[in-house]
Design a binder for this molecule. Structure first.
Ligand code: 2HA
Ligand code: ZN
Length: 267
């Protein structure tokens, strides 16, 4: 458990220092693996059963470490027990209750629908190997959703792939582009979870990005590479626009060289 807390401290601290987590912006969830799950076996629930906005049988019985609503990611390093909590989903996948954290009182992130619904999908698609989900507010990704006209999943994925040669390796399935939807809503949760069935990253227009991975490093790394590509793209635009770029053939060659399953429908 201490190892897990150290991991979330490192990731949240890095997010804050990158400028991705102003005020209470951004949130993190980690599904507990077998080792950490058992740590909470003897804990008494700290809350009533609280109804989930929809049934989630895929994650029935699972436990999650989740950052708290209104809490600042930058404070997790200093006071983890105040800013993160561990929740348990009941055996029907219909309710949750608090086992630990959010001292003295608190609740999980307002983006809980996106986190839990995405965990349903990423657990299934990864054959139970993916445990981490991050939502955050990186400047360049957000700026790009204002600066480029008519963005969609195809144009955004292609633009980022071409802006940094690492991108096809790190996110060969591309990035889902989700037009603006109200933060914290079920609609946003459902759209994000749908995106996670196909891809490991989803951009929320005018708001931020979500990423999943086997662990926090993998989820963070995917977002980090996308943000770097977005920053390069904006710098190129500011420097007068693209004069040359990676060709489709070059993108395919990079993906093939590293054995990456490129989503050909995005070309
Ligand atoms: O937790 O990032 O999207 C604050 C947010 C809402
Ligand atoms: Zn947000």
């Amino acid at each position: 458990m201490q190892k897990l807390i150290n991991e979330i401290k490192k990731t949240s601290g890095d997010m804050a220092r990158r400028g991705w987590a102003e005020s209470n912006g951004g949130n993190i969830s980690l599904r507990l693996n077998e080792e950490n799950y058992a740590f909470f076996n003897e804990f008494q629930p700290k809350s009533e059963m609280i109804k989930l906005p929809m049934g989630m049988p895929e994650i029935a019985g699972e436990r999650f470490l989740v950052t708290g609503t209104g809490r600042f990611l930058r404070n997790i390093e200093v006071f983890p027990e105040k800013n993160i909590g561990v929740i348990e989903i009941d055996n029907m996948g219909k309710n949750w209750q608090l086992l630990w954290g959010y001292e003295p009182v608190g609740a999980p992130t307002s983006e809980l629908p996106s986190h839990l619904l995405s965990h349903c999908r990423i657990k299934a698609k990864s054959d139970n190997q993916s445990f981490a989900f991050i939502h955050t507010h990186p400047n360049s990704v957000i700026a790009l959703t204002y600066a480029v006209a008519n963005l969609d999943t195809r144009s955004l994925s292609k633009l980022l792939w071409q802006s940094h040669a690492e991108c096809v390796v790190v996110f060969p399935q591309g990035i889902e582009f989700l037009p603006w939807v109200m933060a914290g809503s079920m609609d946003l949760g459902i759209a994000t979870a749908d995106a996670m069935t196909k891809r490991n990253l989803a951009v929320w227009q005018f708001h931020g990005i979500c990423g999943c991975g086997r662990n926090l490093d993998e989820a963070f790394g995917r977002i980090d590479v996308a943000e770097k590509a977005a920053e390069i793209c904006l710098r190129v635009m500011a420097a007068g626009g693209v004069k040359q770029t990676l060709s489709d053939a070059q993108l395919r060659a990079i993906a093939a060289n590293f054995n990456c399953p490129l989503d050909e429908t995005l070309f």
